[in-house]
Design a protein around this ligand. Structure first.
Ligand code: 13P
Length: 248
């Protein structure tokens, strides 16, 4: 079994999202466990189109307050009431384009858990961090700030390692060498032992596609992938699923 979490970001217009959901509703997933994170407007449609294929639907971002005078925001509680089960928290693009810091991420983690959603906590170092040999310093800080002292029920958390420099579009789009991904995931797993008392599934994200997905999935510490661009067309998504089925 392997996880395929598809973050559609803001790539798709309504017609493209409809077509992709329709296609995905028919795909044989085998032992691939899938969640899709559409834009907020398409969440309800996704819930209807993907339910039959047991594909979970999540929010790309959620506000930390349940309701109130917060123009433009949608809360974790609203997503949960609407039927979502997952939420991305601390995605690199939220941190680096929209300026969210570790305190914001912590509040969003708490709100997500309070609302009964499963957070997918995204962490990752910048190119500057990596070049200054500060990868683990950055990741430990992100993990500790987000998780320390929280009691998280078993199965209600994923951690996604997405090096900022490996993300296509917003980052540098340089795929992470699998050996490096394994080294970092191993260190994350060790760090997680002091924070959560059950084995949290770890995902890798950053320029993943059907050609390289097997090299990440075959790593000991990687339980699945969080995919952006390559999950946004029917052909590449189907190819990705087929490659994942062949190894999971
Ligand atoms: P890409 O797969 O487009 O590099 O995006 C990764 C990501 O940010 C998923 O959340």
């Amino acid at each position: 079994m392997a996880y395929l979490f598809a973050n559609w970001k803001m790539y798709l217009n309504s017609a493209q999202a409809d077509a992709l959901m329709e296609d995905l509703g028919q795909v044989d997933l085998g032992s691939v466990e899938m969640a899709v994170f559409p834009n907020t407007l398409d969440v309800r449609k996704a819930l209807g189109a993907l339910r039959g294929n047991h594909i979970a639907v999540g929010a790309q971002n959620a506000a930390w307050v349940p309701q109130g005078a917060y123009t433009g925001a949608t809360s974790a509680q609203v997503f949960a009431d609407g039927g979502c089960t997952h939420v991305l928290v601390g995605h690199s693009e939220r941190r680096h384009i929209f300026g969210e810091n570790n305190d914001d991420v912590r509040k969003k983690m708490e709100a997500a858990l309070d609302a009964g959603l499963t957070p997918v906590l995204c962490i990752g170092e910048t190119k500057e961090d990596m070049e200054a040999d500060k990868t683990m310093y950055r990741l430990k800080k992100q993990l500790t700030k987000a998780l320390e002292g929280l009691v998280i029920p078993k199965g209600k958390l994923f951690v996604a390692y997405e090096p900022v420099w490996a993300i296509s579009g917003s980052g540098n789009g340089t795929p992470c060498a699998p050996e490096k991904a394994e080294e970092v995931h191993h260190a994350i797993r060790e760090e997680m032992k002091g924070l959560v008392n059950w084995d949290v599934p770890l995902l890798y994200g950053g320029s993943t596609n059907d050609e390289n997905v097997v090299s990440y999935l075959s790593l000991e510490c990687v339980d699945g992938v969080l995919v952006g661009r390559a999950s946004t067309t029917a052909d590449s998504l189907r190819n990705l699923i087929e490659r994942m089925k062949s190894v999971s």
